[in-house]
Design a protein around this ligand. Structure first.
Ligand SMILES: [Ca+2]
Ligand SMILES: [Ca+2]
Length: 664
């Protein structure tokens, strides 16, 4: 039919007539379909026995939806299941396209076609052999309205990073769980402390009050190794929330409740490695499901092998295929079934839990080409989604290489939207504590890092952060100096990209002195007020005003918790609506006296930031800034709300920051 004919056909009908005609067409089509099925009665679920727990031990993804772009491939596990034929019953539109056998006889990978006319509902996977059949119910649901177009985190957001085990214990009944050997042990830095999803739900208002608009939790899915499981980075079951954090339904509730408070949820995921105690390690579907070595081979952690023109193939192989740790087996994303497993697993969590973004752990440890396909698959399903990868390198060109769209000489495109600005993190921490800076030192380090911005493909998708769960506590790095913590926070609120703050850094937490606290376990301190019986409660204004010192060894500086919280909260509440910060340009000025001045600007607004990181009062060098500051009047001091006029004798106190906003 040519377009003109269709237009004439429809325009010649009233709406009612059109409906009648369409109905007749539908009836005819249904009749044709039924005729085609002659001889095959409708499936009666009662006629086929349910699969026993031995016959089908597992089907993943746990469910699926109509209208998805990602093709569905079911992983089916069961004793000797590969000998069975598989069909899908329960309605037209959902059918088996291909049955793939694995190396192990106890798996099948079933390609399922969910046609555009498929109806949401319960279908049945029917397994048949020698005249015997059993069935397994499988839900194909309707998608949420607007699911594909969901938005994600952007420069308008501030991301609050939480380690759930250390944030708040909302449900003491799940601190230790039968069948899970790692029990609660709050006296150990590497023990479980009992924090959980309910604890986060209970404190969403605190997170909102701070000015955060998104939450990134370290992994919540099951990590059931015998010890050191509190961090969740060694997964033993990709489709279930760890019982010590809650369950899948509670996770979904957490996302809903966060959304009600305009907080986005970013899920932390780890496709690079699974736990040595993952359920599939007893019987992997394929021999090359993960990277197998004769003797333990750890990754050499040399990411440069990915873009180094002089690198040997062997070094690259060890980098991307070596294990992250003895308890973390390295997944083989070059196996197409593994890649597909992780693609649809990621999409399943977005769709099922209504997620707003991903943070991908140990990003460059994944084989880079299949990982790029992984990103592309997620972005194909959700074009506005954001994914930030942990590409932990101090090298700016190497970091830039990993951002999708970057013009890499080898043609590689990661399709990864966001990267973490580790070089800025390092410069900020190093520069802020240098009181007698030499050449290129002090706050000038930050200027130097920003001078490399020409290398990056997309500055708006840089996650900037003064600290996270893997680096020393900001309070320790800045030598317990609250004035410099304020400077760091002010820079995070006013620089390009989007900020991420690690829970507790807003209150200048420092590492505790629990046993074994020398490494990460010690900086991941419990949030005072998150546990019943805590002496301090820093979640409330009243508690912060009274806060002194925690008897557990955590030193919250006396009298400073309330002041710091108010400073950080004011900053990030202000930032929420500042388009000039979200999307404006930057102009910065180089000085060698441990001060730093920069402007964010667009057609309508200018924000001026002046940092005096030195130990003396400083006059703002306005004449030096005149190419952008000339003519600016009616400024407002962002922190005090007071009018601010440009003056040659504006003195800024030592170790402090001034932020002024102007309308052009
Ligand atoms: Ca708990
Ligand atoms: Ca790897």
């Amino acid at each position: 039919m040519i377009p003109g004919q269709k237009d004439n056909f429809i325009s010649g009908l009233t709406e009612d007539l059109l409906k009648i005609k369409m109905k007749k067409i539908l009836i005819t089509l249904t009749a044709i379909a039924l005729a085609a099925c002659t001889g095959k009665p409708a499936f009666d679920p009662a006629s086929v026995a349910d699969a026993t727990a031995d016959q089908v031990t597992r089907v993943e993804p746990l469910s699926w939806w109509t209208g998805m772009k990602m093709p569905l491939q079911l992983l089916v596990q069961g004793e000797g299941i590969s000998e069975y034929n598989v069909t899908i019953e329960g309605g037209a539109g959902v059918s088996v396209e291909k049955i793939n056998k694995a190396d192990s006889p106890n798996y099948l990978f079933v390609d399922v076609k969910v046609a555009s006319n498929a109806q949401p509902g319960t279908y049945y996977i029917v397994f048949s052999k020698d005249g015997q059949s059993f069935k397994y119910p499988y839900e194909i649901a309707a998608r949420r309205e607007g699911s594909a177009e969901r938005t994600s985190f952007t420069t308008a957001d501030m991301i609050y990073l939480i380690m759930p085990d250390r944030f708040a214990n909302g449900d003491p009944s799940n601190d230790s769980v039968d069948g899970m050997p790692d029990k609660v042990a709050r006296n150990l830095a590497f023990g479980r402390h009992g924090g959980d999803i309910q604890g986060i739900i209970d404190h969403l208002d605190y997170i909102s009050e701070l000015g955060a608009t998104a939450i990134w939790c370290t992994p919540l899915i099951e990590d059931n190794l015998p010890w050191i499981t509190y961090h969740g980075y060694a997964c033993t079951d990709y489709y279930h929330i760890d019982a010590r954090f809650g369950d899948n339904d509670l996770f979904k509730t957490y996302v809903q409740k966060a959304h009600e408070k305009d907080l986005k949820i970013i899920m932390d995921i780890v496709p690079n490695h699974a736990a040595s105690g993952h359920w599939w390690m007893k019987d992997t579907p394929f021999k090359d499901w993960y990277h197998v070595f004769d003797t333990y081979t750890g990754s050499n952690i040399v990411f440069s092998t990915n873009m180094d023109p002089n690198a040997s193939k062997q070094d690259l192989y060890i980098q991307e295929s070596g294990w992250f740790d003895r308890t973390m087996v390295d997944m083989n994303l070059d196996n197409p079934f593994v890649l597909k497993y992780f693609q649809q697993w990621a999409i399943w969590w977005i769709e099922w839990a209504d997620l707003d973004g991903f943070r991908v752990d140990t990003y460059p440890y994944n084989e880079k080409d299949p990982m790029a396909q992984w990103c592309a698959a997620v972005m194909n399903e959700y074009p506005n989604f954001n994914i930030v990868g942990e590409c932990w390198t101090t090298s700016i060109p190497q970091l830039a290489y990993w951002q999708g769209g970057n013009e890499n000489k080898d043609g590689f495109d990661s399709h990864l939207k966001s990267i973490m600005d580790f070089p800025l993190h390092d410069a900020l921490r190093a520069g802020l504590v240098e009181d007698n800076p030499g050449w290129g030192q002090g706050i000038l380090r930050v200027y130097d890092i920003l001078s490399h911005d020409f290398v990056y493909h997309d500055l708006s998708n840089m996650m900037i952060f003064p600290g996270n769960h893997d680096t020393a506590r900001l309070g320790d790095a800045l030598r317990k100096n609250p004035d410099r913590v304020k400077i760091a926070m002010a820079m995070m609120a006013t620089m390009r990209g989007y900020p991420q703050i690690f829970a507790g850094d807003e209150l200048m937490f420092v590492s505790n002195n629990l046993r074994d606290a020398g490494d990460h376990g010690g900086l991941r301190v419990d949030f005072p007020g998150g546990w019943e019986g805590d002496e301090m409660n820093l979640f409330t204004a009243e508690g912060r005003a009274k806060a002194t010192k925690n008897t557990d060894g955590l030193e919250v500086p006396q009298g400073q918790a309330a002041d710091l919280f108010d400073f950080v909260s004011h900053l990030f509440q202000w930032r929420k609506t500042k388009d000039v910060i979200h999307n404006g340009k930057t102009m910065h000025f180089m000085t060698r006296d441990n001060t730093y001045g920069y402007f964010r600007y667009d057609e309508d607004d200018v924000v001026f930031v002046y940092i005096n990181n030195s130990l003396e009062p400083k006059n703002i060098p306005w004449t030096y800034y005149k190419e952008i500051s000339e003519g600016l009047t009616d400024g407002v001091n962002v922190m005090t709300g007071e009018p601010f006029e440009v003056s040659d004798v504006t003195v800024v106190a030592p170790q402090s920051v001034l932020i002024v906003e102007y309308q052009k």
